[in-house]
Design a protein around this ligand. Structure first.
Ligand code: FES
Length: 105
C-alpha cells in the first residue's frame, strides 16, 4: 500500500447545540452519510434540484470539490455564506456541517 491518503475520516456535525462526529469513507455522499447517522437532514430529490438538503458547512480545501454549476445556480448568494446541497457533496476529507439553524451561539 503506497498511498497514505486516509480512506476514512471524521466529519464534525453540529446539531441541537451539540457537536457530533461521524465517520465518512472517501468519496462518500454527504447526504447519505448524514442520513445513515440518523441526523436530521431533510431531502427530497437527491439530484441537486429541490434545495431541500441545503445546509451550511465548513469545507477545508481538498475536503470536497467546489460547488458545481447546479449548486451555484440553486443556492445563489447562499454559496458565499457556506451553504451547499448535501446531496451534491462527495467528501474527500474532514469537514464541519452545521445542522443547527436556530440561534447563533
Ligand atoms: S435533496 Fe434536492 S437538492 Fe439535495
Amino acid at each position: 500500500m503506497g498511498s497514505n491518503r486516509p480512506e476514512q475520516f471524521a466529519a464534525t456535525v453540529w446539531e441541537g447545540g451539540k457537536e457530533r462526529s461521524i465517520s465518512l469513507a472517501r468519496g462518500e455522499n454527504l447526504l447519505m452519510a448524514l442520513v445513515r447517522a440518523q441526523l436530521p437532514i431533510n431531502f427530497f430529490c437527491t439530484t441537486g434540484k429541490c434545495r431541500t438538503c441545503m445546509v451550511r458547512m465548513n469545507i477545508p480545501a481538498g475536503s470536497a470539490p467546489p460547488p458545481s454549476e447546479t449548486e451555484q445556480y440553486r443556492l445563489g448568494e447562499a454559496v458565499q455564506q457556506g451553504y451547499r446541497l448535501a446531496c451534491q457533496v462527495y467528501v474527500t476529507g474532514p469537514l464541519t456541517v452545521f445542522l443547527d439553524t436556530s440561534g447563533s451561539a
